[in-house]
Design a protein around this ligand. Structure first.
Ligand code: NAP
Length: 307
């Protein structure tokens, strides 16, 4: 096995993404040791028991000591406070990255705390499931998925090393401007999640009329929505609060299209509906051809709901 890319990695936040990174790094020998911190004792104990951390610490400040890579894997709204706490304890020359689903807000919250000589390289793996917590991770989560880095003017050697880490975990890496990232994700992930939450909310209201029929006769379309809408409430609250402008922009466009389809249904315009669905079907084919709709081999989990 080749030498590890990082001697000591600190994972701050030990949920789905951090635990998957821990498993993947261990499987590929990418880190010599992995330290971890999460808010609760229960999560820290689970991380040790599952085995993706070698040591856990009660504070983020202790966990980052001596680390040459620090991964912020907490909800987006918690990134700034964590960055402020760890800043005085970071090793000179260390790389700090994050996995947050929104990039501009994380950069605004984290960058001001980073001491000179520490490389801050924001990132976002486009991989996830509707499960959360330290027991939900698995080593193959990132395989053949994208990881987007928004390095700005960060040191090229530090960026190359982080890129190699993600590639070592199976991901394809692309660099992007943070504002562009937030717009793209508003289209591909954030707004679809909001629509799923809304559809399940509508069904919940209807449930009072139809009693349990919605669960009993739940068909594929609604079932898919419920899976997406089961995603972690804290994480998604933070995504919408921090990617506000792009989400509202896409939601506005979505509403216009919806009105158009509503009108076509009212007017009995079958040709319009057929043309529309033919175009959307082609997009689905494109996603499959790009290999972005693969099921995880272990546990039969789907990877669909990422952020
Ligand atoms: P998760 O499974 O819900 O876990 C969150 C973790 O963060 C938990 O270990 C929690 O600790 C810890 N935490 C929360 N607030 C904290 C704080 N103030 N200080 C220290 N630890 C704290 O989360 P996740 O799904 O891995 O998401 C983590 C990040 O990845 C988020 O920023 C999210 O936007 C991003 N992301 C998620 C997905 C996805 O599909 N899930 C995909 C790509 C990126 P306790 O358990 O002790 O409370």
């Amino acid at each position: 096995m080749t030498a590890p890319l990082y001697e000591r990695v600190a994972l701050i936040g030990l949920g789905l993404i951090a635990s998957s990174m821990g498993h993947a790094m261990k499987a590929a020998g990418l880190a010599r040791s992995i330290a971890g911190h999460a808010k609760t004792e229960e999560t820290r104990a689970a991380a040790l028991e599952v085995g993706f951390c070698d040591a856990v610490f009660a504070t983020a400040a202790e966990a980052v000591k001596g680390a040459d890579l620090v991964v912020l894997a907490v909800p987006v709204g918690a990134m700034g406070a964590v960055a402020a706490e760890i800043a005085p304890h970071l090793k000179p020359g260390a790389t700090v990255t994050d996995v947050g689903s929104v990039k501009q807000a994380v950069i605004e919250a984290v960058a001001p705390h980073m001491p000179p000589g520490v490389h801050f390289i924001p990132g976002h793996p486009l991989a996830g499931t509707e499960h959360s917590g330290p027991r939900s991770g698995f080593a193959t989560l990132f395989e053949n998925r994208w990881c987007l880095l928004t390095p700005g003017a960060a040191d090229p050697a530090a960026v190359a090393r982080l890129r190699a880490l993600w590639q070592g975990m199976g991901a394809n890496v692309e660099e992007m401007d943070p504002a562009h990232h937030d717009l793209v994700l508003a289209v591909t992930s954030h707004t679809p999640h909001l629509i799923a939450y809304t559809m399940v909310g509508v069904a919940d209201h209807l449930r009072r009329v139809t009693e349990s029929e919605i669960i009993k006769y739940s068909a594929a379309g609604f079932r898919d929505f419920t899976r997406i809408a089961a995603s972690d409430p804290t994480m998604w609250r933070d995504v919408f609060l921090t990617n506000k402008e792009a989400t509202l922009d896409i939601l506005g466009r979505f509403t216009e299209e919806l009105f158009m389809l509503q009108r076509a249904i009212r007017m009995g315009d079958g040709e319009m509906l057929h043309d529309y669905f033919t175009r959307t079907r082609a997009i689905r084919r494109g996603i499959i051809e790009a290999g972005q709709d693969t099921a995880a081999p272990d546990f039969g989990r789907t990877k669909a709901p990422d952020a």
